[in-house]
Write a protein of this length. Structure first.
Length: 191
């Protein structure tokens, strides 16, 4: 029997993000996923080295790799739409749950529990928060890049996303914002 799990996931490169916004450069889900995985890994390392936590950075990166995998089925639902009302959010959560089960069914039974572990990652609540923060950091970085390219369409999103990042009250995020985000404002020659 053949299984389509990885072939299906490879389609993340065709899922466009920021569908409601005018972009100077399109971003696909594969790019976003890589950036979110790198940021999740970094936030966990910052937590360990700077704030003496005991976080599994490799697990954070792995969980982030699969954090939007269901979008190969659902497509990218823009944040303002997803959170427009409690009813829409609940409906989206139901669709997302069905998409997870559909993806897991594309695996041999002997592999399903391993991938269910990265789709649901129960018991890793702090890592879940860090991955959400990394996901939001990725969006914030996109807003900075668009602003620097002269696109004013992302200005409001940049302000609201920064406010959301500060609202997480995660020391790892505050550290990243202070130590790493300023470099995104610079050219390669200035770094």
């Amino acid at each position: 029997m053949e299984y389509g799990f990885f072939a299906f996931l490879s389609r993340v490169k065709y899922i466009r993000r920021w569908g409601l916004m005018r972009n100077t450069r399109d971003e696909n889900l594969a790019e976003h996923t890589l950036e979110t995985a790198m940021l999740s890994h970094a936030l966990a390392i910052v937590g360990n080295r700077v704030f003496q936590k005991d976080l599994n950075a490799d697990r954070a990166a792995t969980l982030a790799i699969f954090h939007d995998a269901t979008e190969t089925i659902t497509g990218d639902m823009p944040t303002p739409v997803k959170y427009f009302s409690p009813e829409i959010k609940a409906a989206f959560d139901g669709v997302d749950a069905v998409a997870k089960e559909k993806l897991l069914a594309m695996l041999p039974s002997e592999l399903q529990s391993d991938y269910a572990d990265v789709f649901y990652f129960d018991g890793d609540e702090y890592l879940k928060k860090l991955i959400k923060a990394a996901d939001t950091l990725s969006a914030y970085i996109k807003c900075i890049e668009e602003r620097l390219a002269g696109n004013k369409d992302f200005l409001k999103a940049e302000r609201s996303i920064k406010k959301r990042l500060l609202g997480y009250s995660l020391p790892e995020v505050d550290y990243f914002l202070e130590k790493f985000i300023p470099a995104y404002e610079k050219t390669v020659d200035e770094m």
